[in-house]
Design a protein around this ligand. Structure first.
Ligand SMILES: [Zn+2]
Length: 423
C-alpha cells in the first residue's frame, strides 16, 4: 500500500500541465498569487458561517507559444451559468459599444442582408445598436439569466457555450456571419482551440472577426496583477494571439489599442485566403513593441513577479503604518479584481474597515474571503475615514472627482496600482 501511495504522489508531482493552446508542458511560473476565492461570489450575511472554496492563482507562461495562463480550477458552467455581471449597467461600456457598432457599419458596409454574431453577447448591450440600424444579429450567451434580458429587448439570443460543433450546426442552418465579434470573452474560454475554431467556422469567406481583450503588455507595464482571477484563464499578447489565429487558418489584418480595462487590444482577423482585407502596418508595429519589451523570450516574463511583490510590500507597509497611527481606512468599490489584490496582500477587516459600492446588488453583502462589508457610498460621508483606498483603480479619476468632499475632513485617496500613491 505504501508503495502505491508513494507512486501516486510522485505521479501527481510530475503531472503534465499542458498549454491550453499548443499543448507544451507548462513549467515557467509567470506569477504565483497564492490562494483566492472566486471573485464574483459576494456572500450575504446568511452565508458568513459557511465555508468558502479557495483556489490557487498560479499563472504560467508557455515557453513554446508565450500564452500566459491559469489552470482551470472551476467549471465555466459554475462560474458563468448565473452570472451577476450585466454589461448594460455601465454607461461608459455602452458608449464604447455604440462607437464600435458605427465604426463597423462604415468600415465593412454592413446592411440588411448581413449577419452579425456575437459570442458572449451578455444582455444585448452591444447588438442592440446593430438592431437599431436594421442589421440582422444573433447573440450567443451561456448565462441564462443574462440572455433572458437580451431576448426581452428583442435581440435574438441562444443560451449556449460556443464551440466548433455548435458553430457547424449554425452554418448548416445557413447562419454564416459577415462580422463575428467577441469582447472580453477570449480570456474566459477554457477550451481555447475549440472556441477559436468555432469563430472561424462562423465566418463567411470574406467575413471579419474582431476580438477585444486586456493586453498583456499593458498588464505588465502597468503592474496590473489584480486583473488576474479565476474567471480569466488566459492573458494575451499580440504575439500569442497571432499564433493562435494562424493555427486556426486565420490572419490578423489590423489591430487597435484601447483604453478599456486598463489597456486592451482589438484585433481584426479574417480567413487566411480572404482577398479584401489588406494587412495594416499597425500589426507589425505592435509585434515590434512587444518584442522590444521582451515578450518574445521567457526572460521577459520574469520581472513581473518581483514587481508584484514590491507592490504588496508597499501597500501592506502603508496600511500597517496607518493602523499604528490610529488612522481609519475605508475602501471604495467592490470590483472582481479587489479579491485578488486583498488576498494576495493578506489584507482583511483589520486594515480596511469596510468598502462601498454603487451597485445595489453588492450593498449589504461582503467581499469574497475577507468578508469586508460593502455599504452604500453614503457611509463614507457618515464615518469620515482618513483614507479611502480606490479598489477599481482604472476609474480613479472619475471616483476622485466624485469624492472631493472627503477633503472637508482632511481625507486622502490611496491608489494601489501601478504603485501605492496617496493623493
Ligand atoms: Zn503553448
Amino acid at each position: 500500500m505504501a508503495t502505491m501511495t508513494q507512486s501516486a504522489n510522485a505521479e501527481r508531482q510530475t503531472v503534465n500541465r499542458p498549454c491550453r493552446f499548443c499543448g507544451a508542458a507548462l513549467r515557467q511560473t509567470f506569477v504565483d498569487l497564492g490562494m483566492s476565492p472566486l471573485c464574483e461570489n459576494f456572500p450575504s450575511g446568511a452565508d458568513l458561517n459557511c465555508g468558502e472554496v479557495y483556489y490557487p492563482l498560479h499563472v504560467y507562461v508557455c515557453e513554446a507559444c508565450f500564452l500566459v495562463q491559469l489552470e482551470q480550477y472551476e467549471s465555466p458552467e459554475k462560474i458563468f451559468s448565473d452570472y451577476a455581471y450585466f454589461s448594460s449597467y455601465s454607461d461608459s461600456w455602452l458608449k464604447h459599444a455604440e462607437k464600435y457598432c458605427n465604426k463597423m457599419l462604415k468600415q465593412f458596409d454592413l446592411n440588411a442582408r448581413s449577419l452579425v454574431i456575437e459570442a458572449a453577447s451578455n444582455d444585448g448591450y452591444l447588438l442592440q445598436y446593430f438592431v437599431r440600424q436594421n442589421i440582422p444579429v444573433l447573440g450567443i450567451e451561456p448565462a441564462a439569466n443574462v440572455a433572458k434580458v437580451a431576448v426581452e429587448k428583442g435581440i435574438p439570443t441562444l443560451v449556449r457555450f460556443l464551440g466548433a460543433q455548435f458553430a457547424k450546426e449554425l452554418v448548416a442552418e445557413g447562419r454564416c456571419a459577415d462580422l463575428v465579434l467577441g469582447n472580453n470573452v477570449l480570456a474566459q474560454v477554457p477550451d481555447l482551440n475549440d472556441f477559436v475554431e468555432a469563430l472561424k467556422i462562423l465566418l463567411k469567406p470574406e467575413g471579419v472577426l474582431t476580438l477585444e481583450f486586456p493586453h498583456l503588455l499593458a498588464d505588465l507595464e502597468r503592474n496590473e496583477f489584480d486583473t488576474i482571477y479565476h474567471e480569466h484563464f488566459s492573458y494575451f499578447s499580440m504575439l500569442s494571439t497571432m499564433k493562435i489565429m494562424e493555427a486556426h487558418g486565420m490572419k490578423v489584418f489590423d489591430a487597435e489599442e484601447l483604453s478599456t480595462h486598463g489597456g486592451s487590444l482589438r484585433i481584426y482577423a479574417c480567413r487566411k485566403d480572404a482577398r479584401t482585407h489588406r494587412v495594416d502596418p499597425k500589426v507589425s508595429q505592435l509585434i515590434s513593441a512587444e518584442e522590444k519589451s521582451g515578450l518574445a523570450c521567457v526572460k521577459g516574463y520574469e520581472t513581473f513577479a518581483r514587481q508584484v511583490k514590491q507592490t504588496k510590500l508597499a501597500l501592506v507597509e502603508f496600511l500597517l503604518t496607518a493602523a499604528r497611527q490610529g488612522k481609519t481606512v475605508a475602501g471604495y468599490g467592490a470590483p472582481g479584481k479587489s479579491a485578488t489584490l486583498l488576498h494576495y496582500c493578506g489584507i482583511g477587516r483589520d486594515l480596511i474597515e469596510y468598502t462601498v459600492d454603487r451597485s445595489p446588488y453588492k450593498q449589504g453583502r461582503f467581499l469574497p474571503g475577507t468578508h469586508i462589508p460593502i455599504f452604500h457610498p453614503d457611509r463614507i460621508r457618515e464615518t469620515k475615514p482618513d483614507y479611502v483606498i480606490i479598489l477599481p483603480w482604472n476609474l480613479k479619476d472619475e471616483i476622485i472627482g466624485q469624492l472631493q468632499f472627503i477633503r472637508e475632513w482632511g481625507g486622502q485617496f490611496v491608489v494601489p496600482i501601478p504603485k501605492v500613491t496617496v493623493c
